[in-house]
Design a protein around this ligand. Structure first.
Ligand code: GUN
Length: 301
């Protein structure tokens, strides 16, 4: 049971990005720019957005937060995106999801200029991923592959179960690992015999947002567990059942704990696992910085 330390691997990526931003500044007189658009006041989204902003500032990326009221009209939101598309100081645009329910997410995302699609969510970006022609990848899936590579975990030929079929994590990571010659199965809420699938997996990537969903009798000994879930628990009994000693201490201090989709009993059977917090979440924001630098270079060739 060895930890795949997202904090440590992310730190190395962050150091590299920082050096590269400084070099680009010296060479071009400019720095990469990232704008994050957030609509409404979803507390979890606010936390993510502020961590992106802080990290961008730390590595020297010019970060800009566009905070729009929940009541903003569709037309105004689209106008804002089009203004950012035209702004040459902005190299990457991220529209924080989920948008409030009244918006048609794909209508909004489709207004993004493809060359500023730092999330790699647009059809052209997704097509390039599937065709194995992409240069950058969506932040969370990219973070998963980078952490596995960092620990020299062989992907080729492995049976991988991806739990969850979102366009943010499940679908792109399945395509990326297929391109790395894994045998990938996407499971979801309608999958029959989920336990049978999970038991057969060499690697499980859990991205469903249900705290502690995967328990010990669903996995085989030596499995590699990648936990993408970031779930907030505020009931002490649940925290005691699902969380590690460290998280329980944090709960006593803060009144809530963050836990993933995988139960602590399952981690005990694993050869490697990513903790929550300190696993994939840290990788996601680090990759966002890398992607921003990539877009800057593409736009300044
Ligand atoms: N919400 C949760 N994860 C993500 C992400 O990677 N990108 C965006 N834009 N929104 C998210």
């Amino acid at each position: 049971m060895e930890i795949l330390d997202g904090k440590l691997v992310a730190k190395n990526i962050i150091e590299e990005v920082k050096t590269e931003v400084a070099n680009l500044k010296e060479k071009t007189g400019k720095v990469p720019g990232l704008t994050v658009v957030i609509v409404g006041e979803d507390p979890a989204s606010q936390v993510y957005v502020s961590s992106k902003d802080k990290l961008a500032n730390k590595v020297g990326i010019k970060s800009n937060l566009e905070i729009l009221s929940e009541n903003v009209s569709e037309a105004k939101l689209i106008e804002k995106i089009e203004e950012l598309n035209r702004d040459t100081d902005v190299n990457g645009i991220l529209v924080q999801l989920p948008l409030p329910a009244k918006f048609d997410t794909w209508k909004i995302l489709s207004k993004l200029s493809p060359e500023k699609d730092v999330d790699c969510f647009l059809p052209e970006s997704v097509g390039n991923i599937i065709l194995n022609r992409a240069k950058i990848f969506p932040c969370t899936p990219s973070g998963i592959v980078k952490i596995l590579d960092n620990y020299k975990i062989d992907i080729q030929g492995k049976n991988v179960i991806v739990l969850g079929r979102s366009f943010i994590v499940g679908k792109p990571i399945a395509a990326m690992l297929t391109n790395r010659s894994a045998t990938v199965t996407i499971c979801h809420s309608k999958t029959k015999d989920l336990k049978g699938h999970l038991k057969n997996a060499d690697i499980i990537i859990a991205a469903i947002g249900i705290p502690g969903f995967i328990i010990d009798d669903m996995v085989k000994d030596g499995v590699i567990l990648v936990d993408v879930g970031i779930n907030r628990l505020d009931k002490k009994e649940e925290v005691l059942d699902m969380c590690s000693e460290k998280q329980i201490k944090l709960f006593d201090k803060k009144g809530y704990a963050i836990t993933g989709d995988i139960h602590k009993t399952a981690f005990k059977k694993s050869s490697f696992y990513t903790p929550v917090p300190g696993g994939i979440g840290k990788m996601t924001v680090a990759v966002l910085m890398e992607n921003t630098v990539h877009l800057f270079k593409e736009q300044n060739r």
